[in-house]
Every structure is written in structure tokens, then in C-alpha cells.
Design a protein around this ligand. Structure first.
Ligand code: UD1
Ligand code: CA
Length: 498
């Protein structure tokens, strides 16, 4: 391989056009703060050192970078005042004092850069020259222009604000990404002068120096890749492109994605073959999905571990939870943190769980809350069952042992245990342990009062009877069977058409 590599990532700017109280590089692309992309790229390329130059909200950005990559894998240099890109790289000089290899310079706000492009750049620079990335955007506005002589050799880079009329018409632009000998770059930086319209120290002047003292080569990259994120429109575009890129990588590995533009997924997500993802599915964090699963429309999985051949029906939310092989969840189920479904579990519509384990083959098919519970294998939890796990001060556990049957509309007042194979009758409030094999019932005895309802109805109808005169008028259309039918027909017809 080539010489050792160090990377400087420029991210001190505020990003005024984001109109945000948050630093630009902390805005998210495919669920991850933008700054993570160049840092991750540098590390994947084997960069021995990664220096982030931070200014605006340096502490917040540092926190994000260090939590993701570890404090020891990234160095932070502070640029208190933003005096230009050259000045920014100067701030990393101390950290790089003993680095004699190549120096790669990236921006914190270009998340779409690919490893392939940067590897090409590094390979080019390996010859001991300064290599830079160029692009030809539809409109070069705002970019530094690449000025070449008649022989086609790059002579300098001129910023839009310093351009002559002829220079402004140049289409080839500087992407702002460089790689070259670290000693040369850092040495040239010490000679920079702010003799330009912005009074800044321009990193681009190092390129001009290299044309005299070294050699310069350019590599051309697609605009989409080098496009910086400057405002929220750019952010949405970068986000969509990154998600589609991730979705395509999964599709190539055997995942069916029914609507790639509407799949929201993050870079760390893992998905097995023959799994099918519906529209509007959101896969966050370190979610792992096994093989042959079906994840239907609108499902949101955060840090979820899903086994093989699992079917998650529409609009379920699963967070920090595990779903075992061949289980079925939803529609509209909410598995909150700490839920564990072992294999072949069925959790149906409007079931919420939290810190609850379901043993193999357990079922809770309708309308239940199961919190802080241990549900054994083959347990059937009837519709409307509630674990009363909180007394206003503390949480308590409910244990339902293997094979127990919990009748509909049961409240389990924790701490409480329902023994193995026990039956709880519908409508029971269980506040004492139920022994294995027993029947628990707290229902009060039912009373049937013969004829009561009929008698009551007659009484009420007699009271509601209108006065005789009004009754005659009201009775008229009622007595005419045909009129009533016709009127009903008239009302109905337009409705069916609409
Ligand atoms: C720079 C290049 C320009 C190129 C463009 C590509 C210079 C002089 N110009 O433009 O040729 O076409 O990038 O996008 O280099 N930053 C700092 N500290 C500073 C200034 C900038 O950290 O003092 C960071 C910003 O946060 C940003 C990056 O450097 O991530 C680029 O800064 P920006 O102001 O967008 O670049 P320009 O100078 O406009
Ligand atoms: Ca920019």
C-alpha cells in the first residue's frame, strides 16, 4: 500500500443558510449526523489520524464524533474564528507535526462522497503530487473555478468573488477535496496571504504553489457526490440520495424493496435475503432483520432484532426489542424497549408491551397492555388484558407460567403470578397468585331479572308518545308505505354515486 494517510475534515463553519440553531454538520442524512460520513470514510480508507477542525458549536460536534468513533480515534482542532479554508487546515498542523505521509482534506458537509472516488484521489496523490477533485455542475455559481493554460495544465483556482468575466464562464469547478504530501501542504500553508476579495486564507492557493513546486493532477467526480449541503433543500436531496444508495446496496444482496424512495434506513441496519420491505418502512439504529421476513407498510423499527421468517404487519413500532423466528406482529402493535418475543409468538392489533418476554408460541392477539411481565410458552392472553404494573410509586412484575389461559378483560395487579396451566376467567381482577392448574374468578354472581327490559321499554315509549294532533301529522307519511320507500330511494341514490 501507499504512504501513511492522515485526514483533516473542515467543519468549523456555522452554515448560515441552514437557518438553524444547530451546527450544519449535526443535521442528519439517512438518520446520521452529517459529520459522521467523512469521519467514517477516512477511517474506512485506513487513515491513521483523523483531525476534525471545529469552530461553531465545537463541543456539540465533538460530543457526536467522539460518541460514535471513540475519543481516541479522532483529534479535534479548534478554529475559533473562521478566517478561511487555508486557516482552518493550519489549525490541524500541530496535531500533524509528526505525520510524514499523505494528507487528505475533506469537508464536513459532503456526506455523499464515495470511497471509490477518494481512493482514486489517494492513488493519484501517491505519486508524490497534489491531487484534487473537480466537477462540472449545471451551474458553477459559488464554486472556485479551475483555470488551465493553453496546454490544459491547471495553473490556479480562482474563487467566484475574485473571478474576471472570462473566468466566471469556466464550467470546471473545484470540489474542495485534496490529497497530497502532508509536509508540502502544511509548509505552503505558512506562506498564505489574505490578498483576495474576502480577506481570507485560501486553501486553494496551496494548489497554485504546487503547480510551481510539485505537480498537480485532477480527478473528475459526479456533481451529486461532491455536492455540499448548504441549506435544507440540499439536505433533503442528500438524504434521499443516501437512502436510495443504501436501499440499492441491500437490493443487490437479495432484499426486496417495494418503494426505495420511501424506505427510511440508516447505514448500520442489516437485512437478510428474501426479506421484503413495504413502502414507508423506517429502519433505525442498529436494527437487524433476518431472512425471509415481511415488513409491511409504515413499520418503524429502532434498534430491533428480528429473526427469520417474521411477519410484521402494517404500522407497528418496535424499539429496543427482539422478535423471534416465525413470529407475527401487528397490525398496529407497539413493542417498547425490553420486549422479547421468542419463536412463533403472535402479537396482534393494539397490543402494547414493555420489558416483557413472551415464551415460544405465546399469543396476545388483541387490545392488551403487557408491561414488566414474563409470559410463558403457549400462554393465551385474551383480548383486553392489562398488567397493572405501576401503583404510582414503583413498577412490579407479572408472571404468567407456561400454558396458562388468561380470559378476556383480565387485570393482573402486579406483583402477581399465574401458575402453570391455570385459567383466569374473563373479567377477572387477579390480585393474588393463582396456583398451577387452578381457575381464578373474581366475577360477582350474575342476576337475570325476567321481563325487566321489555317492561322498561314499554314505559319509556308511553312517556315519549306525542300529543294527538301532532301525532296525526307525523303519522301521515309513515302510513303511506310507497312514499316512504320512494323518499328513501331518493336519499340513497346520490349517496351511492358519490
Ligand atoms: C471552497 C473553495 C472553493 C470550492 C468550494 C467547494 C476555498 C478558498 N474555496 O469554497 O474553491 O469550489 O469550497 O465547496 O477553499 N471552513 C472552515 N473554516 C473556515 C472556512 C471554511 O472550517 O474558516 C469549512 C466549512 O465549514 C466547510 C468547508 O470548510 O465545511 C468549505 O467552506 P465554504 O465556505 O463552504 O467553502 P468556500 O470557501 O465557499
Ligand atoms: Ca460550501
Amino acid at each position: 500500500m501507499s504512504a501513511p494517510l492522515a485526514t483533516v475534515i473542515l467543519a468549523a463553519g456555522l452554515g448560515t443558510r441552514m437557518k438553524s440553531s444547530r451546527a450544519k454538520v449535526l443535521h442528519r442524512v439517512a438518520g446520521r449526523p452529517m459529520i459522521e460520513y467523512p469521519v467514517g470514510l477516512a477511517r474506512n480508507l485506513g487513515s491513521e489520524r483523523v483531525v476534525c477542525v471545529l469552530g461553531h458549536q465545537a463541543d456539540a460536534v465533538r460530543f457526536v464524533v467522539e460518541s460514535r468513533f471513540g475519543a481516541r480515534s479522532v483529534d479535534i482542532a479548534i478554529q475559533a474564528e473562521q478566517k478561511g479554508t487555508g486557516h482552518a487546515v493550519q489549525q490541524a498542523a500541530d496535531v500533524l507535526a509528526d505525520h510524514n505521509g499523505l494528507l487528505l482534506i475533506l469537508y464536513g458537509d459532503t456526506p455523499l462522497l464515495t470511497q471509490t472516488t477518494i481512493q482514486r484521489l489517494i492513488d493519484t496523490a501517491s505519486a508524490g503530487i497534489l491531487a484534487l477533485v473537480t466537477c462540472t455542475p449545471p451551474s458553477p455559481k459559488g464554486y472556485g473555478r479551475i483555470v488551465r493554460n493553453e496546454a490544459g495544465k491547471l495553473t490556479r483556482i480562482v474563487e467566484e468573488k475574485d473571478c474576471s468575466d472570462t473566468e466566471r464562464r469556466i464550467g470546471e469547478c473545484n470540489a474542495g477535496i485534496y490529497c497530497g504530501p502532508a509536509r508540502f501542504i502544511l509548509e505552503s500553508l505558512t506562506h498564505l496571504q489574505p490578498n483576495n476579495s474576502q480577506g481570507e486564507l485560501y486553501l486553494t492557493d496551496v494548489v497554485e504553489a504546487a503547480t510551481h513546486e510539485l505537480a498537480v493532477a485532477t480527478i473528475d467526480a459526479p456533481v451529486e457526490e461532491v455536492m455540499g449541503v448548504n441549506d435544507r433543500v440540499d439536505l433533503a436531496r442528500a438524504d434521499r440520495m443516501m437512502r436510495v444508495r443504501l436501499a440499492e446496496a441491500h437490493m443487490r444482496e437479495g432484499v426486496t424493496v417495494r418503494d426505495p424512495e420511501r424506505l427510511y434506513l440508516e447505514p448500520d441496519v442489516k437485512i437478510g435475503r428474501d426479506t421484503e420491505l413495504g413502502p414507508g418502512v423506517e429502519l433505525r439504529g442498529k436494527t437487524v432483520i433476518g431472512e425471509g421476513c415481511r415488513i409491511d407498510q409504515g413499520v418503524v423499527l429502532s434498534d430491533a432484532i428480528i429473526g427469520n421468517r417474521v411477519h410484521i404487519k402494517p404500522y407497528c413500532v418496535v424499539s429496543d426489542s427482539t422478535v423471534g423466528d416465525e413470529s407475527q406482529v401487528g397490525p398496529w402493535a407497539h413493542l417498547r424497549p425490553g420486549t422479547v418475543l421468542e419463536a412463533e409468538v403472535h402479537v396482534g392489533n393494539f397490543v402494547e408491551s414493555k420489558k416483557t418476554r413472551f415464551g415460544r408460541g405465546a399469543k396476545a392477539n388483541h387490545l392488551s397492555y403487557l408491561g414488566d411481565a414474563d409470559v410463558g410458552a403457549k400462554v393465551n392472553v385474551g383480548c383486553g388484558t392489562i398488567t397493572c404494573n405501576y401503583d404510582g410509586y414503583a413498577k412490579y412484575r407479572t408472571v404468567i407460567e407456561d400454558g396458562a389461559f388468561i380470559g378476556s378483560d383480565t387485570q393482573l395487579v402486579a406483583p402477581v403470578t399465574v401458575g402453570k396451566g391455570a385459567v383466569v376467567g374473563a373479567g377477572t381482577t387477579v390480585y393474588q397468585n393463582v396456583p398451577a392448574g387452578a381457575l381464578a374468578l373474581t366475577r360477582s354472581k350474575q342476576i337475570n331479572v325476567a321481563g325487566y327490559a321489555d317492561k322498561k321499554r314499554k314505559e319509556m315509549e308511553a312517556k315519549a308518545k306525542p300529543a294527538p294532533a301532532k301525532a296525526a301529522a307525523a303519522a301521515k307519511p309513515k302510513s303511506n308505505h310507497k312514499t316512504k320507500k320512494a323518499a328513501a330511494g331518493k336519499r340513497e341514490r346520490p349517496r351511492t354515486r358519490a
